[in-house]
Ligand binder design. Structure first.
Ligand code: PLP
Length: 344
């Protein structure tokens, strides 16, 4: 039996057209976009073309986009870059945020946990969708604070609301793009200073741009409308999977079931069971699932995304995350449910 992959929130396979675009770019567009010769100028032209296409897709100005390698990098550049001007005032962050947001806030003078919003708040960070639970979050209203949205999980799955934000980050490899391309979007005139010195990206992110990956990202974005539709159509499939598990075992709880969440994500609490052992058993049986975000699995620490919404550490150790790829089929999901019932 072929292996079945239910870990789309960790990474997705690149769209076949993306693979072709990256392959061709590695053969033809390998020159340095900063070089002044004709090859470099051609690369620069392709880079700016990709920036324009991505800006159209996000409905922002091309000059507001900075190419980075990962969303983690983009968040670090953004938050560290705001620190010199704003770091003496408090920041507020959603407690279930990804470590890619929490780590760069470590040198901030004071960090409050949303919904606590200190009066003097200088910046607030709120993810659009949680990677582990799939829960969706709106950007809180805040006067005079730089509102940062982590869109790494929401992009390509649900509509975004950038009008409510001042800066946001996007990751390519979660939405059918290649690894190595991500975006930092910032409104003009934010009190932000570059962290990585260098002439590239209008001095906002030093380092030669990974043009093949960036062209692949621009190609992936052309498929976003169909990807969003496919993801939206997953909700009934996901709901049927959850209903089957709950009918089978009354100790199974679906985290966030009654709240707005990503249509592809099912965060299941197998109360009294060990999530890591369940994950390993399913892996041996041919099913790739996750005990939490990929960045945390392998670490014994239970997921803070689960404990911050009211579950115990023991519960967090009993959670499996199933995240469906946009082309998931009902017989695949049924096979997964059958394996869970058989093996756990
Ligand atoms: N933010 C969220 C919500 C994520 O889920 C992830 C990755 O899992 C990241 C940020 C980091 O993304 P990247 O892998 O592009 O660094």
């Amino acid at each position: 039996m072929p292996r079945l992959y239910f870990d789309a929130n960790a990474s997705t396979p690149p769209h076949p057209e993306v693979v072709e675009v990256v392959r061709r770019a590695m053969l033809e567009d390998w020159a340095n976009p900063t070089s002044s010769h004709r090859e470099g100028q051609r690369a620069r032209h392709r880079l700016e073309e990709a920036r324009r296409e991505l800006a159209v897709a996000l409905a922002v100005a091309p000059g507001e986009l900075v190419f980075c390698a990962t969303a983690t990098e983009a968040l670090h550049l953004l938050i560290h870059g705001l620190h010199p001007a704003l770091g003496d005032r408090p920041a507020a962050v959603f407690p279930g945020e990804h470590s890619a947001c929490l780590n760069p806030l470590r040198d901030w003078s004071r960090v409050a946990w949303l919904p606590d919003l200190p009066a003097e708040c200088a910046t607030l960070v709120q993810m659009a969708a949680n990677n582990e639970t799939g829960l969706l979050y709106a950007m809180p209203a805040a006067l005079d604070a730089v509102r940062i949205q982590d869109c790494a999980q929401a992009w390509g799955k649900v509509p975004l609301a950038l009008a409510d934000c001042d800066a946001a980050v996007f990751s390519g490899h979660k939405m059918g793009g290649p690894r190595g391309a991500a975006l930092l979007w910032m409104r003009p005139a934010l009190p932000w200073e570059p962290v990585l010195a260098g002439p590239q990206e209008r001095r906002r992110r030093g380092g030669t741009e990974d043009l093949p990956a960036i062209l692949g990202l621009a190609a992936a974005v052309q498929h976003l409308p169909e990807r969003m539709a496919l993801n939206a159509a997953l909700a009934p499939l996901r709901d049927a999977f959850e209903a089957e598990l709950q009918a089978w075992n009354r100790d199974v709880e679906i985290i966030g079931q009654a709240s707005p969440r990503l249509p592809n994500t099912s965060c299941v609490l197998f109360r009294g069971r060990n999530g890591e052992a369940l994950q390993a058993t399913l892996d041996l049986a041919g099913f790739a699932v996750s005990t939490g975000s990929a960045c945390h699995s392998g670490a014994v620490k239970p997921s803070h995304a689960i404990t911050t919404i009211g579950y115990t550490i023991e519960d967090a150790r009993s959670v499996l995350r199933f995240s469906l790829l946009p082309d998931a089929q009902s017989d695949e999901v049924e096979a997964l449910a059958a394996a869970i019932k058989r093996l756990t």
